[in-house]
Write a protein of this length. Structure first.
Length: 390
């Protein structure tokens, strides 16, 4: 196990009807709140009114920022920063999915800096403080409720980039699985895929050779998330499936499973950010389209042993034969599961063609440069990976 530091300052309030604590919890953090929401679902299903009533009863003044979309936009972040400064808010609350929570974090950080918030994502500016953030996720997927990361798309440049800091960890997140009962089937499926991919990236890319604890935790989470996702699609109102998905997605990206795996990368996410920036598709649909192909690329490089190991321990694939045989069985089983739950298992499933690869690689390379991994994931390598994903 490699050396590491692990710190997670986010307080989690989990369980059925825990959303009822939203008002009292928010009041512990501030009095003037910017409520960040999406484009209407929380308003239509009554969750927004319920949360608003609770917070107003607790004495909070609420300013609303509505209209956050999937692949959240920089322009909306800037709009939120302007509102935050104008009304001198002291707390940002993200009520919704990963895009809403990421936008809330970016506003919290951007309010505190003098320069343009986009400089944070370009690696030109460090985050040294942020307004407190509270999140109430309505979708089990991104894990943004218990980490300091955020991903934002710049409409002008066409770039979709990630940034993060210890200062942008939510102070508290209320996880009420009942809020996810009405999530549509496609978004439920995408949520499961997103969480599984968050686990697979450090699992496959960690450089330390012996990490049995991390591997076992990651494998158990993957297995349970896959099973719960399939179950929730068949029985959407099943509390236990939804609770497993919600807590599993949170644990998938809160730093626990990657602590001690050594230096590691998130190449599938890196390439997907380029895909969704260009085609404006759901993030996890892009992950689903890329993941089997990236695993095939790894196997072709004689790096399929860990994939075969994952197949045996997570997907119950065949244990006989070479690591290459085992890896191919794992990839095939994973792709079958993706198709079973309605997700694409290749770029072709998103109607993305080989002619699009050059542009995808160019944009992915920007993030590779910022992350300092362009020596491994250069343009030629990214194009090679995309050919396996087609």
């Amino acid at each position: 196990m490699d050396r590491f530091e692990f710190q997670n300052p986010t307080r989690i309030i989990f369980g059925r009807d825990q959303v009822e604590r939203a008002g009292e919890t928010a009041r512990e953090l501030g009095s003037r709140l910017l409520m960040v929401i999406g484009s209407g679902s929380v308003r239509r299903n009554g969750v927004l009114q319920r949360v608003t009533d609770l917070m107003e009863q607790a004495g909070l003044k609420i300013i609303f920022l509505e209209g956050v979309v999937p692949n959240p936009r920089l322009s909306k972040v800037r709009e939120g920063i302007d509102l935050s400064r104008k009304f001198d808010v002291d707390l940002i609350c993200g009520l919704g999915g990963g895009s809403v929570m990421d936008t809330a974090k970016a506003i919290a950080a951007g309010t505190k800096i003098q320069d343009d918030v986009w400089d944070i994502f370009l690696g030109k500016k460090e985050i040294d403080s942020a307004l407190p953030v509270m999140t109430i996720p309505t979708l089990a997927a991104s894990g943004s409720e218990m980490n300091g990361f955020m991903v934002i798309t710049n409409e002008d440049s066409g770039l979709k980039l990630a940034a993060g800091s210890i200062h942008t960890f939510p102070k508290v997140s209320i996880l009420d699985p009942v809020l996810t009962f009405t999530v549509p089937p496609n978004q439920t499926a995408y949520g499961g895929v997103d969480a599984v991919c968050h686990l697979m990236e450090p699992y496959f890319n960690g450089t330390y050779p012996d990490t049995p604890i991390q591997d076992s935790i990651a494998e158990a989470l993957m297995r349970n998330i896959i099973n719960a996702t399939t179950g929730a699609l068949k029985d959407p109102g099943n509390y236990d499936y939804r609770a497993t998905m919600m807590w599993g997605a949170t644990l998938a990206l809160n730093g626990l499973t990657k602590a001690g795996v050594g230096e590691h990368r998130f190449p599938v996410h890196m390439i997907e950010h380029a895909v969704s920036a260009i085609f404006d598709i759901p993030h996890a649909a892009g992950l689903a389209a890329l993941l089997p192909g990236w695993m095939r690329w790894k196997t072709a490089r004689n790096e399929g042993e860990k994939i075969a190991h994952m197949g045996r321990n997570v997907l119950n694939t065949e244990t006989k034969g070479s690591s290459e045989t085992g890896a191919k069985a794992a990839i095939s089983t994973l792709a079958s599961w993706l198709r079973e739950i309605g997700c694409p298992a290749s770029l072709g499933g998103l109607k993305i063609t080989q002619e699009d690869h050059e542009k995808i690689a160019d944009i992915a390379l920007v993030q590779a440069n910022i992350w300092g991994i362009n020596n491994i994931y250069n343009k030629e390598t990214i194009l090679e990976i995309l050919s396996f994903c087609q």
